[in-house]
Design a binder for this molecule. Structure first.
Ligand code: GDP
Length: 254
């Protein structure tokens, strides 16, 4: 199946169910809280929860995207300190007493100033994580919409292509910073990315691509809904409560 775009956001006056789902999705992503940081794979705790990994080249806008999705200013730090670039940060989502997913913020790659040995170590960590991490259920890949997939992005896709191809790991590619592009440039960026993703897509795969801007918030709601659906499918029937939700019938209305 070709890479497709997530369902468009509900237009004003659109289906109330779609509006409610978007609200729930954003309420859910907003629950993200820092859990633990690990400098190597063996330090990552195992989990039965769905783990969604965020990957991307340094400067692609990964930290900004995570913060935009979580509607928190400092959840993911845009850390550019070389010593911190190799850490995997885990965030937990869902109710505190019954978490339902983890976000794994993986080290940004392709940072020019990183020495060769560190780059090789990064490759090993990423390749191993993407190939063997059992709880990995989905990947959000951040790609600068102006650059498109670079060689190193394609290499990373190659690490995880088997798991994407057989549908065991889902993939959402967000083409970031589209506020910097004209409408026709956005279309071209989307087309180029879709063509690259054909290579990892199959009848079993769940691969999608969308334009995104943390600055204008274009695509933020859609991305939150995609993630929320991934996790809800895995753990029905939890629904993130949203402000103004009606209490179930029979409950005292305060
Ligand atoms: P990371 O290294 O992938 O975590 O990238 P950051 O999130 O730190 O972002 C890198 C740079 O891109 C920063 O200067 C951000 O302010 C900028 N940036 C991130 N998202 C956007 C966006 O949606 N629009 C614009 N114009 N700039 C962005």
């Amino acid at each position: 199946m070709a890479a497709r775009q997530p369902t468009p956001p509900p237009a004003p006056g659109a289906d109330p169910d779609a509006i409610l789902e978007t609200k729930r999705a954003l309420a859910w992503t907003h629950t993200a809280r820092f859990l633990v940081t690990a400098s190597r794979l063996s330090e990552l705790p195992p989990t039965e929860l769905a783990e969604i990994a965020f990957v991307g080249r340094s400067n692609a806008g990964k930290s900004t995207a995570i913060n935009a999705l979580a509607q928190q200013r400092r959840l993911a730090f845009a850390s550019k300190t070389p010593g911190r670039t190799q850490h995997i940060n885990l965030f937990e989502l869902g109710p505190k007493d019954a978490p339902d997913a983890w976000f794994a913020d993986l080290p940004g790659y392709g940072y020019a100033a990183v020495e060769r040995s560190a780059k090789l170590r990064w490759q090993e960590v990423m390749a191993e994580y993407l190939a063997v991490r059992r709880s990995l259920s989905a990947i959000v890949m951040l790609v600068d919409s102006r650059l498109g997939f670079t060689d190193i992005d394609k290499k990373l896709l190659g690490f995880v292509a088997p798991r994407i191809g057989n549908g065991s790991v889902k993939l959402l590619v967000l083409l970031t910073k589209v506020d910097k592009l004209s409408r026709s440039e956005r279309g071209a960026s989307l087309q180029r990315a879709t063509a690259v993703l054909e290579e990892v897509s199959s009848d079993e795969s769940d691969v999608s691509v969308a334009t995104f801007s943390a600055l204008s918030r274009a695509g933020v709601d859609d991305a939150a809904v995609t993630l929320y659906r991934w996790v809800r499918r895995a753990s029905e029937p939890y629904q993130a409560p949203v402000a103004g939700d009606a209490l179930p019938a029979g409950m005292p209305q305060s």
